[in-house]
Write a protein that binds this ligand. Structure first.
Ligand code: PPS
Length: 296
């Protein structure tokens, strides 16, 4: 096992111009040549956009809303992250997925251009969840503070600069959400928004259910809404990431299930930061019809 010095808090490295964790770059050959299967379902997001929430919703839909079946294993084992790699700490995502029987659920944060070709060739179904840029920045900052596999985020002031410039893991939020938005025009991608899920979880869960070709009774949908609420998932040991060792994720610094709301950015952005961010946002998002809500 590598000692912690060599594994934790290392600098990001580049793959095709996108900054990624050094460990992912080391595993890149396995990620790029990953063999997707036609019945794989991909859950794709920019980090901190509601991946865990959507993963649990999908698992509950596929298990007809049975909470006990859904507690059979931790979320990161039920829905392995394709590109995940932490040498000496946990097995890589590609290995975990290779051992899984079909149909598999696959999590990934890769920008659209870096997704392994086999997903497109096999016509895999995909769900993309997008969350507004400001709340993602706040959530990602707190995650980087507590997740020692990530580089130290520095101060909030420093972090927001890096985030706007796309010098954070997985690169530019702007390019990520736009890239997947364009791709949905020629591939079966259900593109959903975190804010819509907060506003009316049942409505959005129903969209996922239809996309998966399932038909569940109202009472089952109500059960899924209940068990996938922030409050329930925060207390659920299979979804709150407390099974990850403390030397990797120190949840006493910031819990994985932190606030789970839309609009927390208002508690972090100064007036000046907000103005700078908005001006930059207008430039980067000009020419797309993709719209976000920063509060509901
Ligand atoms: S990761 O590490 O990128 O996979 O994180 P991800 O799961 O995408 O995002 C984590 C944020 O989602 C919030 N979350 C939820 N919000 C509402 N309802 C439910 N059920 C839920 N589950 C997770 C989580 O709290 C993180 O957001 P913040 O703003 O930090 O609280």
């Amino acid at each position: 096992m590598e000692n912690d010095e060599s594994v934790l808090r290392r600098k990001l490295e580049m793959v095709c111009g996108v900054p990624l964790f050094w460990s992912i770059v080391e595993e890149w050959a396995q990620v790029e040549s990953f063999q997707a299967r036609p019945d794989d379902l991909l859950i794709s997001t920019y980090p901190k956009s509601g991946t865990t929430w959507m993963s649990e919703i999908v698992d509950m839909i596929l298990n007809d809303g049975d909470p006990d079946k859904c507690k059979r294993d931790a979320i990161f084992n039920k829905v392995p992250m394709l590109e995940f790699a932490a040498p000496g700490k946990m097995p890589p995502g590609t290995e975990k997925l290779a051992e899984k029987s079909s149909p598999r659920l696959v999590k990934s944060h890769l920008p659209v251009q870096l997704l392994p070709m086999s997903f497109w060739e096999n016509g895999c179904k995909m769900i993309y969840v997008a969350r507004n840029a400001k709340d993602v920045a706040v959530s990602f900052y707190h995650f980087d503070l507590m997740n020692k596999l990530h580089p130290d985020p520095g101060t909030w002031e420093q972090y927001i600069e890096k985030y706007m410039a796309g010098r954070v893991a997985y690169g530019s939020w702007y390019d990520h959400v736009k890239g997947w938005w364009e791709k949905r025009k020629d591939h079966p991608i259900l593109y959903l928004f975190y804010e819509d899920m907060k506003e009316d979880p049942k409505r959005e869960i129903r969209k996922v259910m239809h996309f998966l070709g399932k038909d569940l009774k109202e009472e089952v949908l109500d059960r899924i809404v209940y068990h996938t609420s922030f409050e329930m998932m925060k207390e659920n040991p299979t979804t709150n990431y407390k099974m990850i060792p403390k030397d990797v994720m120190d949840q006493s610094i910031s819990p994985f299930m932190r606030k789970g709301i839309a609009g927390d950015w208002k508690n972090h952005f100064t007036v000046a930061q907000n103005e700078t961010f908005n001006e930059d946002y207008e430039r980067k998002m000009a020419g797309t019809n993709l719209q976000f809500r920063t509060e509901i």
